[in-house]
Design a protein. Structure first.
Length: 215
């Protein structure tokens, strides 16, 4: 069976504005300078704790001890204000789901990921057992354990597994696991990808409809 594992932020959904507003609300509450959306987007991908640390570092301020908890509360209250699927993603997922097992592997906390997937009607493609967040028992990407666990659960040969993402973190995860990667140019993490590092195991796509080539 083919297994196609998706990143969430920057791959399936554009969450930049909600993440930026939550991060800036946190910074402002701590008396720190706010940061523009493009800068916040470059900080996304390694989990909420890393985002908070990077935001305060960029603002030149020390985070309060409860900064992470405050961020999670702020972001949890606005997960779906502006976050939406990228255009064309839903149309591509339907035929993919008929030909492969689909899963989501994200460094976002699982509860937030599930709320976004449910709120945007992604759960028809990604039931909760096939969603793994960054706060579970396995290490976050780019460590490969989450991807390898999905492969084992699906009974998929690693040659039939592909990780679809938008960043160097996703590419490094696939490389560590020994699977293929598919990197989407529309994601806000794509500028971290170095095309000269890519090999025959890696694929670049410009629009969601091109994902159908994974079948």
């Amino acid at each position: 069976m083919k297994l196609i594992v998706f990143d969430l932020d920057g791959t399936l959904v554009d969450s930049r504005r909600d993440l930026t507003e939550a991060a800036n609300a946190l910074l402002a509450s701590a008396g720190a300078a706010t940061i523009d959306e493009a800068a916040i987007a470059r900080m996304v991908g390694s989990g909420a704790a890393a985002l908070v640390a990077r935001a305060f570092a960029a603002a030149g301020s020390e985070p309060p001890p409860d900064a992470l908890d405050r961020f999670l509360t702020l972001y949890g209250g606005r997960l779906l204000r502006f976050t939406r699927p990228y255009p064309g993603v839903m149309d591509a997922l339907a035929p993919l789901a008929r030909g492969a097992r689909l899963a989501v592997l994200t460094n976002k906390p699982l509860a937030a990921a599930l709320q976004i997937l449910d709120g945007l009607d992604f759960t028809r493609f990604f039931p909760s057992r096939w969603v793994r967040g960054g706060d579970g028992p396995l290490p976050r990407k780019p460590e490969p354990q989450g991807l390898l666990a999905f492969a084992a659960e699906a009974g998929a040969d690693l040659r039939d597994v592909v990780l679809v993402g938008d960043s160097a973190i996703d590419w490094r995860t696939a490389r560590a696991a020994g699977t293929r990667s598919c990197l989407v140019r529309w994601g806000f993490g794509f500028e971290s990808v170095r095309p000269h590092d890519l090999t025959a195991l890696d694929q670049l796509v410009n629009q969601p409809q091109e994902l159908l080539s994974l079948l």
